[in-house]
Ligand binder design. Sequence first.
Ligand SMILES: [Fe+2]
Length: 210
Amino acid sequence: MDAFNLLKADHRKVEELFSQLESARGQAKLRVFEQIKMELELHTHIEEKIFYPALEKPKQTHDLTLEAYEEHEVVKKLLSQLGRARTANDEWEAQAKVLQENVEHHVEEEENELFPKAEAALGEEEIEALGEQMGAEKERRLRSATKSSKKSGSSKKSGSKKSASKTKSASTAAKRTGGSKKGGSKSSSKSSKTSKRSGSKKSGSKKGRR
Ligand SMILES: [Fe+2]
């Protein structure tokens, strides 16, 4: 499966889960949320490890990719806050709505802007190869998650084993956290712009809106 189809299939799955979240009640809501969290964590992981590093270099996709990383950060923060709740109260619902809006915005930007530019920047072969790599990484993660949930506490080894596979997740992660390389002034100005944007537009949820 090529990269775009794989990621779009993930997007559709998460959309479906968000609509289930709307209709679920009580503890069932939290169970649907757990699924959303799992899907989004897996999805952001494969994108950040495999897809985005390939899109950071080409000029056409550079800025959008940095923006996408920033949007992931907002989503991850919301997921972790929501994941700590024991009950889905009104504030939780408001925050979940903000999560949904952030994800929808991100998906729209990826599918309508980033993917077409990526298609132009990368060849068909690379898009196919990236899809294969992401599919394999997803399976690997799912397998190790199943293993570690079976005998909890045995996840020591699984983290680093394959992480050197052709991608530069470490350097990318370093860049994200303010590391050096080429990220310098351009990326940081872009980042602050985007976080300002996502900060003011979407993530200022806290107050609850109903
Ligand atoms: Fe994404």
